[in-house]
Ligand binder design. Sequence first.
Ligand code: FMN
Length: 391
Amino acid sequence: MGDQVSALTRRLSADAAERLARSSGAEASARVLEPAAAVTPVPATRDPAAKGRHLEVCRTEAVEYCKRTGLESFEFRNQALPELSLRELDISTRLGPWHLPTPLMIAPMTGGTPEGLALNRLYAVAAERFGLAMGVGSQRVGIEHPDRARWYRVRDVAPSILLFANIGAGQLARGWGCAEALKAVQMIEADALFVHFNPVQEAVQGGDRDFRDIAKRLATLCGDLASEGIPVFAREVCFGLSEDAARRLVECGVAGLDCSGAGGTSWAKVEAFCAKTPRRRAMGLRFGEWGIPTARSIRNVRRASSGIPLIASGGLRTGIDLAKVLALGADVGAMARPFLLQASESEAALHAFIEDLLDELRICMFGSGAGSVAALRERLDPVSPSVAGDI
Ligand SMILES: Cc1cc2nc3c(=O)[nH]c(=O)nc-3n(C[C@H](O)[C@H](O)[C@H](O)COP(=O)(O)O)c2cc1C
């Protein structure tokens, strides 16, 4: 499996390098200065190749925000007398109805192509081994092209993990509902469903741009799926949640949230590098820094609801970042691009990376005297007194 992915990666990297060379230098800078794109027709179905381009671009291009997550504004209070054993710390967590062995998740990324399946299966094996939760990427392709549904399935290699299916709010706005959501869940034998909200990503790429009545549609979906025993979580994809958005999502009846904020992968930048025209590319780059940083996004959700099950993602890069999002009030921390980069290297690299993340989390707990994930919450200080108010 690892070899298969590495071979794919090598091939994709060569293509990407060629494209990079074509679009580099003066020609690229000139493009960025062109005027904004005109409105183009909305594609009726998702081009299955689009997900492949996202992977390639995320591996090879400068897709990260320049601005930071806000996590750097906090530090753990050192505890010189922890009265704990590093080996016996409890890193388990609760996320709604689930008790998870670790507070770490592989955020939704891919599926629906042979390469997507190969990656998801690498992720799933690692998730099963280390007790991580996991989500697959948008299943739009699998629902619109049923012959591709098999390229999302990972349950056989990860029988015990918490697994999320995934559809887009854009599809809900176009009329998808309970039937399509259940297809997504059944396709991968998922425990729960993510509905991803990404209006800015859709707008810059010329995708779904009509989100009217979206709250009403989400509320109906939450009710319908609750009667089937399927919890619905709403998630951003990197642009963060305001307090108002979090409150409205909670009012819709979501079972949980992923407040994916700015500071890591910028989906406006990814779409810029995937753009088919220079004008679309310029528009993506102009919105490249749009978004609420992850630390503030967590705070916003917790102001809206102290108890809603909360996953935090967007720019987590180390086990210290993971510990900080837990200390700020998340129940689980999730990462996307770092896992893609490691899995593209090798299966061994992915596993070593996860081991390091969990070790770093344990060291944060040990060094701050927190015996459990819940105990981390009182151990974080702003680096300067003014910061707490800013975030
Ligand atoms: C290659 C790739 C593909 C992604 N595809 C999806 C997707 O299909 N659905 C979704 O909800 N989020 C998707 N995401 C967004 C991530 O789940 C995450 O919210 C975002 O990348 C921020 O996390 P990061 O900074 O750790 O990458 C994708 C991320 C990556 C890197």
